[in-house]
Design a protein. Structure first.
Length: 101
C-alpha cells in the first residue's frame, strides 16, 4: 500500500471522536469518496479498508455499515461479496457499496 496515498487521504478526513465517523471532506452528494493520486482514481473506503483492516479477497467489495454517507471509517465497513450481502439483506441497496473497484 502506498503510504503517500494514505497520507493524501487522511489530509481530507476529519475524525469525529464523538460519533466515531471519519468524515470525508470532499464529499459531493451521494457519490462514493474518491481521490485522485498520481493520475489515478482510488476508492477511499477500499484503500483505507485494505490498509487498516485486511486485504480484500476476489469478488469482495467494501460496504459501509453505518448511516453517515460521508463516513470513510474502515471499521464502519465490512467486506462482502454481493451474493453474501444479498443472503443477509435481500433488500439492501447494493449501489451504496464501493462499486467498480
Ligand atoms: Zn461511520
Amino acid at each position: 500500500m502506498d503510504v503517500g496515498l494514505i497520507e493524501a487521504i487522511m489530509k481530507r478526513v476529519v475524525k469525529d471522536d464523538r460519533s466515531g465517523h471519519w468524515i470525508w471532506q470532499s464529499q459531493t452528494g451521494n457519490t462514493q469518496a474518491q481521490i485522485k493520486y498520481e493520475g489515478k482514481w482510488y476508492q477511499v473506503v477500499r484503500v483505507l479498508f485494505e490498509s487498516e483492516v485486511k486485504s480484500l479477497k476476489k469478488g469482495e467489495k467494501v460496504y459501509r455499515m453505518c448511516s453517515n454517507l460521508a463516513c470513510v471509517n474502515p471499521y464502519h465497513c465490512e467486506a462482502k461479496t454481493k451474493n453474501h450481502l444479498l443472503s443477509y439483506f435481500p433488500y439492501a441497496k447494493l449501489g451504496r457499496g464501493a462499486e467498480n473497484v
